[in-house]
Design a protein around this ligand. Sequence first.
Ligand SMILES: *[C@@H]1O[C@H](CO)[C@@H](O)[C@H](O)[C@H]1NC(C)=O
Ligand SMILES: *[C@@H]1O[C@H](CO)[C@@H](O)[C@H](O)[C@H]1NC(C)=O
Ligand SMILES: *[C@@H]1O[C@H](CO)[C@@H](O)[C@H](O)[C@H]1NC(C)=O
Ligand SMILES: *[C@@H]1O[C@H](CO)[C@@H](O)[C@H](O)[C@H]1NC(C)=O
Ligand SMILES: CC(=O)N[C@H]1CO[C@H](CO)[C@@H](O)[C@@H]1O
Length: 431
Amino acid sequence: MRISTVIGVAAGLAAGVSALPTIEVKGAKLFTSDGDQYFIKGIAYQLTPDDPLLDDEQCQRDAKLMSTIGTNAIRVYHVNGHQDHSACMKTFADNGIYLWVDLDTFSTQIDQEAPHWNETQLSAFQEVMDEFQQYDNTAGFFVGNEVLTTGNGSVAAPYVKAAARDTKAYRDAKHYRKIPIGYSAADIPSLRPMLQNYLACGSNESEALDFFSLNAYEWCGQSSYSVSGYDMLEKNVTDYNIPIFLSETGCNKPPPRTFDDQAAIFGQMADHWSGAIIYEWIQESNNYGLVSYGPFVDPAKNTNAPPDGYTRSGTPTPISPDFDNLSKQWKTLTPSGVKASEYTPSLTAPACPGYTADAWEVNGDVKLPSLGQTFDAAVQSSITHGTAGATAAASSSSSSGGAGMPQITMAPELKGAGLGLGFLAVGMALL
Ligand SMILES: *[C@@H]1O[C@H](CO)[C@@H](O)[C@H](O)[C@H]1NC(C)=O
Ligand SMILES: *[C@@H]1O[C@H](CO)[C@@H](O)[C@H](O)[C@H]1NC(C)=O
Ligand SMILES: *[C@@H]1O[C@H](CO)[C@@H](O)[C@H](O)[C@H]1NC(C)=O
Ligand SMILES: *[C@@H]1O[C@H](CO)[C@@H](O)[C@H](O)[C@H]1NC(C)=O
Ligand SMILES: CC(=O)N[C@H]1CO[C@H](CO)[C@@H](O)[C@@H]1O
C-alpha cells in the first residue's frame, strides 16, 4: 500500500497532476489506496452535452462550490476521449473530488432492442480509458447506463458483460491501474435483483463487473426507509460480493428536496452501500438542479437565449432550499467504515439467475458474445436456453405478475423535455 502510494504521488507530480489516493475495490467495498473506506458523496455533472471537463475556469468555479458541501465525486455521462482533460481533472483533485465517468456516448452505447458490442464501440471506450486512466482521481468507469429497461430486453445483458470483459482485459493488458469498471442500472424492481446478480455472477472474475450501481428515484418527499423501498434494496445486497452504490438519486416530487434518503444510505445501509450520486448539478427543464447559472431565458421570446433557455456556464448560484438541504444532510453523515487492513471478506459471486419469461430472459451463466458477434435468432436462443456451459441457478422464483405492474422509473435526463432530448437528437444525428 505505502509503496504504491508513494509511486502514485511521484507519478502524479511528474505529470503535473495533484495526487489524491486512488480508489480500489476490495470485496464489496471501495477503499482509497491509503486503506480508508471510500463512501461516495457525488453529484451528476454534465453542463454541456459532449464534455463538461474542458473549460477549467468553469471547473474551478463549480469544484470550489461543490467542495463546500462535502462533495467528493462527480459523475460525467459523456466525454470526448480525444481531448486533454488535465486542467479540469487537477482542479477537481485539488478539491478532493473523484470522477466516475461513462465510457459510452449516444452513438456507442449498447442498445437493448438491437444488442451489439463491436470494435467501433470498444475502441471508443478505449479512447476514454486511455485519457482518464492517467488521472489519480478517476474513480471508476461505467460500461453502460440504463441499457436494460424491460424483461425481454434482458437478452442484452450478456453484451454489457462482454463490454466489461473487453474493457477490463484492455485495462490489464495496458498495465493501467485496476480502475473499477461497472454498470449503472435503471431502477426497475422486477428486473433489478436478477440484473444485479447476473452482472456479478459466474466463476470467471474476468467476465464479471467490478461494481454495480443503481439510479434510484424511490424515496420521494416525506418517505421512510420502508415506505420508499430502500429496505428492499438493502435486503437484496447483504451477501453481494462487489461494491454497490446509487449512481443517481434525488427524487424531486414533491419539491423541495430534503434528501432524507442520504441518512439511510450513510446509516443503516452503509454496511453494504458505498454512497450516492445526487442527480444533478445544473438546473434544467427537468428541475433537478442544485445550482443555476442565471435565470431561465425563453428562447421563443429572446433570440440571444441559450438553446433550451438554461445558461450553462458562469457563476453557480445555489438553488434554495435544495442545495442547503443537501449540505445539511451530508454534514451530519460521515460513516467511518472499516479499514482495508481489517476487512477480510469471504464473499462468493451470486448464482446466475435462471430464465423467467418476460422477467429475465438470460438462462444462467451463458457464453458471452464475442466482440462483433451479430445478435440473431440463434444467439438469442442460446441466451434464453442457457447453452454453452451454463451453470444456471434453479429457475428464479420471482413472479412478474405478483406485485402488479413493475414500476418503470426512467432517468430524468431521458424524461425531461430539455437538454435530455437534445442529447438524444445529437446521438441520432451521429447514427
Ligand atoms: C458497430 O455497430 C454500430 C451500430 O450498429 C455500427 O455503426 C458500426 O459500424 C459497427 N462497427 C463494426 C466494426 O462493425
Ligand atoms: C420485447 O417485447 C416488445 C413487445 O412485445 C417488443 O416490441 C420488443 O422488440 C422486444 N424486445 C426484444 C429485445 O426482443
Ligand atoms: C475467463 O475469461 C477470460 C475472458 O473471457 C478468458 O480469457 C479466460 O480464459 C477465462 N478463464 C477461464 C478459466 O475460463
Ligand atoms: C429482492 O427484492 C425483491 C423486491 O424488489 C424481493 O421480492 C426479493 O425477495 C428480494 N430478494 C432477496 C434475495 O432479498
Ligand atoms: C433536511 C433539511 O434541511 N430540510 C429543510 C429543507 O428545506 C425546507 C424549506 O426551507 C426546510 O423546511 C427543511 O427543514
